[in-house]
Design a protein around this ligand. Structure first.
Ligand code: 3PG
Length: 394
C-alpha cells in the first residue's frame, strides 16, 4: 500500500517515519542525502493538506534521553531544505508531542524528538506504539533504511493505523526488486569491503541468485588464501578459509561464476600514497599488503559487466579512501556507469561505503538506483525479511 491508496489526507494527522540518522559533525549535517530523499513525500502530504508529523531516530541512545542525540539540529536542517517551518517537540509521546501536533494547521510540518529516547521503541512495546499512534490518523513509512528493525515506529505503528509506503520507500522496494527479485539476466553482483565474516550470509544468498559474483576488497584475500595463494601481510581471515571454500563450491553447483582478483596493487604500509607495485595474484610478496585490485582484474570486472544486464553492488574493491588505492573501485564504477548510461545495464548499489565510493568516483548519479540504506540494504541482499516493509503488505 502506497500513498496512492491513502485517500484524501486533508486535515489528517499523518505520522511519517523517516530515517534521519545522518552523519553529523559539530552539530552540522555533513551529508544531507537522507533528508533530500524524503522531501518529496513531505511536500506531497503537506500539499494535500495533511498535517505532517515526522518520527525518526538518531544514534543509539539506548532508551534514555541524551541531548547529544537530539533531533533538534536535524529538524532545523529539514526546515531549511524543505523551505517551510518545521515545529519541534521535545518528546515523541505525551503532552509535548500532543501540543505540537495540535498546533499544526493543514499542510503544517512538525518533528518529534528521537523515538529511541524511549525504551519502548526498540522493544516494539504495544503501550509505546499506542502512545505514538495517539498523534496520528494515518501512518506512512518512509524509512526503508530502518525497515530491518522491528521497532515501534518502523513496524508496530503499521498494525494500529492505516499504513502506507512513502515515495522513497516505494522507490527503494521497486529498485531492489529489479536488482535481485525479478532482474533482467545475467545478473552480476560486486561484493567488496574488508571482511568475509560480516558478509557470509550475503555471499551464500547471492551465489544462489546471481550469474556472476565479483569478490573484491579485503575479503577477497580470504578467498585467495583459501585457494592456496599467498597474501603476505594483507588483511585476511584465515579461520574462514573453510567457509570461503564452501561458498566457492556452492557457486560451482549453482552455476554462479566467482570472479576473484588476478592481480593486485600491493604496498608495505596502509596509508595514502604509500609506495606500491602491481603483482600477479600468485606472486604477492610476503612483506606486502594487497590494497587494491590491479588493472587486469578491473578488465575482468568490466568484461563481466559487458555480459550483464543487471548489477548489484555492495562494498568497494580496494582501500578507496586512500589514493591511489581507489583506482580499481573508481574504474569499475565508471565502467558500470557508462553501461548504465548506454541503456545496457540496470545498476543498483547500496551501503555506506559503496555510496561514498560511487560519489568519490563521481558516478552515483549515473547509476540506475543508489539506496539510502546501509544495514537494511545488506539484510535485503541476504534474503532476510524486512519487518518494516512486510508490515506494509496488504
Ligand atoms: C541506519 O543508519 O542504517 C539506520 O538508521 C539504522 O540504524 P541502526 O543500525 O542504529 O538501527
Amino acid at each position: 500500500r502506497t500513498l496512492d491508496d491513502a485517500g484524501d489526507l486533508k486535515g489528517k494527522r499523518v505520522l511519517v517515519r523517516v530515517d534521519l540518522n545522518v552523519p553529523m559533525e559539530n552539530g552540522r549535517v555533513t551529508d544531507a542525502t537522507r533528508i533530500t530523499r524524503v522531501l518529496p513525500t513531505i511536500r506531497e502530504i503537506a500539499e494535500a493538506g495533511g498535517r505532517v508529523v515526522l518520527l525518526a531516530h538518531f544514534g543509539r541512545p539506548k532508551g534514555k534521553p541524551d541531548p547529544k542525540e537530539s533531533l533538534r539540529p536535524i529538524a532545523e536542517a529539514v526546515a531549511k531544505d524543505l523551505g517551510r517551518p518545521v515545529a519541534f517537540a521535545e518528546d515523541c509521546i505525551g503532552p509535548k508531542a500532543a501540543e505540537a501536533v495540535a498546533a499544526l494547521g493543514d499542510g503544517g510540518v512538525a518533528m518529534l524528538e528521537n523515538t529511541r529516547f524511549h525504551a519502548g521503541e526498540e522493544k516494539n512495546d504495544p503501550a509505546f506504539v499506542q502512545a505514538l499512534a495517539a498523534n496520528g490518523d494515518v501512518y506512512v513509512n518512509e524509512a526503508f533504511s530502518a525497515s530491518h528493525r522491528a521497532h515501534a515506529s518502523t513496524e508496530g505503528l503499521a498494525h494500529v493505523l492505516p499504513a502506507y509506503a512513502g515515495r522513497l520507500m516505494q522507490a527503494e522496494i521497486e529498485a531492489l526488486t529489479k536488482g535481485l527479485e525479478a532482474p533482467a539476466r545475467p545478473v552480476v553482483a560486486i561484493v567488496g569491503g574488508s571482511k568475509v565474516s560480516t558478509k557470509i550470509d550475503l555471499l551464500v544468498n547471492l551465489v544462489g541468485k546471481v550469474d556472476a559474483l565479483v569478490i573484491g576488497g579485503g575479503m577477497a584475500n580470504t578467498f585467495l588464501h583459501a585457494t592456496g595463494l599467498g597474501v603476505g601481510r594483507s588483511l585476511c581471515e584465515r579461520d574462514l578459509a573453510g567457509t570461503a571454500l564452501r561458498i566457492i563450491e556452492a557457486a560451482r553447483e549453482k552455476n554462479c561464476a566467482i570472479i576473484l582478483p588476478v592481480d593486485a596493487v600491493v604496498a608495505e604500509e596502509f596509508k595514502a600514497n604509500a609506495p606500491h607495485h602491481t603483482y600477479g595474484i600468485d606472486a604477492i610478496p610476503e612483506s606486502g599488503m594487497i590494497l587494491d585490485v590491479g588493472a587486469q582484474s578491473v578488465e575482468r570486472v568490466a568484461a563481466a559487466l559487458n555480459d550483464a544486464k543487471t548489477l548489484v553492488w555492495n562494498g568497494p574493491l580496494g582501500a578507496f579512501e586512500f589514493p591511489p588505492f581507489d583506482q580499481g573501485t573508481v574504474a569499475a564504477a565508471r565502467h558500470a556507469a557508462e553501461r548504465t548510461k548506454a541503456g545496457k545495464l540496470v545498476s543498483v548499489a547500496g551501503g555506506g561505503d559503496t555510496v561514498a565510493a560511487l560519489n568519490h568516483a563521481g558516478v552515483a548519479e549515473a547509476f540506475t538506483y543508489v539506496s539510502t540504506a546501509g544495514g537494511a540494504f545488506l539484510e535485503w541482499l541476504e534474503g532476510k525479511p524486512l519487518p518494516g516493509v512486510d508490515a506494509l503488505r496488504v
